[in-house]
Design a protein around this ligand. Structure first.
Ligand SMILES: [Zn+2]
Length: 117
């Protein structure tokens, strides 16, 4: 995903952001803030899209429709269960990761510990 002069790469739960703006720190902060906001909204949208995938690897069914009989796969020869492609645990982990990246008080504590130790 390219936002302005920032490139965002999502690698597992790691978010890699490269800012190529050669201007001042304020502009870089604005680009970074926009990148994080857009990425966060995309993750929340991905969660609320509620895509379901069959856990049987041979089936590979992917749908947004939930079957009447619960989370069972509706493909006749499949005995798999439909599970959410991007569940609340993944969204929570992603948001906590982003929070940890910009937690100033935590970074100050870490810096103080490293200076003392
Ligand atoms: Zn299936």
């Amino acid at each position: 995903m390219v936002v302005g002069k920032c490139n965002i790469y999502e690698f597992h739960f790691q978010l890699l952001i490269f800012c190529f703006c050669s201007s001042n720190a304020r502009d870089c902060f604005c680009y970074l803030s926009n990148c994080i906001t857009i990425h966060t909204r995309a993750m929340i949208k991905k969660y609320y899209d509620f895509w379901l995938v069959c856990d049987d690897n041979t089936c590979g069914r992917r749908t947004m429709q939930q079957a009447v009989r619960g989370f069972g796969c509706i493909v006749p020869s499949c005995h798999g269960r439909m599970k959410q492609e991007y569940d609340e645990a993944q969204l929570y982990t992603q948001l906590k990761y982003l929070e940890s990246l910009f937690d100033v008080s935590r970074m100050k504590e870490k810096k103080n510990l490293s200076e003392e130790g």
